[in-house]
Design a protein around this ligand. Structure first.
Ligand code: C5P
Length: 225
């Protein structure tokens, strides 16, 4: 039995949607299944990494053999990520809500008979990827973000890489005609300091294995955190 190339390395993966409460029984969510993040965590595990898997309420089950941290909200996800550091690499595959409800009710909201609809106010959530990318000491040696785009994928993802301060962006075209959102396949572009690398369309598990392999190649030669 040979040790995988990521033996002795700690990799953090975020996955799934977040749920942002409106009141104790209602929330705002998105359609992320967690499939790509789950596949990435499994692929990193298979290369020997110790994986911390921070997941929102996903529809696909989490992988076995990872350190599982379940969260609901974006703020809980950030806290779980910070608690899990240091890491040699971090992959941010979660679909984090950009906004939370600022005036969430402490009790279940009731119709008061007036016919007046409630007004939700929003507050901006922390950007977990940008926060970790811009950490000084303790920043993972490799920070990977995702970008779901519907047009000008390379331009938008290249701009996002600079804005967030991460090392790589895995960009995909989620226009409805691609069938990627919620589907079993993905066609991605890897944006790094070396430019844009187009990968052929393949199963999400194959994207995950290829990405995990690239992460291992990148970490070899970097000191262990
Ligand atoms: O800005 P946008 O949401 O398109 O960026 C997507 C990338 O940023 C993903 O890697 C996602 O996990 C990460 N992200 C985050 N925290 C947020 C919003 C996005 O970590 N609040």
């Amino acid at each position: 039995l040979t040790a995988g190339p990521l033996q002795g390395r700690h990799v953090l993966v975020t996955s799934g949607p977040t749920h942002e409460p409106i009141d104790p029984v209602r929330y705002i969510a998105n359609r992320s299944s967690g499939a790509q993040g789950t596949a990435i965590a499994a692929a990193l595990r298979d290369l020997g990494a110790r994986v911390t898997f921070v997941t929102g309420p996903a529809t696909v089950p989490p992988p076995a053999g990872v350190d599982l941290r379940r969260v609901e909200t974006a703020r809980e996800m950030l806290a779980a990520v910070e608690a899990a550091l240091p890491a040699d690499a971090a992959v941010f595959a979660a679909a984090v809500a950009d906004w939370r409800v600022a005036n969430a009710a402490g009790q279940k909201m009731k119709k008061d008979g007036s016919g007046q609809a409630p007004a939700l106010e929003f507050a901006e959530n922390p950007d977990i990827l940008a926060t970790v990318s811009r950490m000084g000491p303790g920043r993972p040696g490799l920070v990977v973000g995702f970008a779901a785009e519907t047009e000008k994928v390379v331009d938008h993802a290249t701009a996002k890489r600079a804005r967030k301060g991460c090392d790589w962006i895995v960009a995909n075209d989620v226009s409805p005609e691609t069938g990627i959102m919620g589907g079993s396949e993905n066609a991605v572009v890897l944006i790094s300091e070396r430019g844009a690398e187009h990968w052929p369309r393949m199963a999400k598990e194959a994207v995950a294995q290829r990405l995990a392999r690239r992460i291992a190649d990148q970490l070899i030669g970097q000191p262990v955190t």
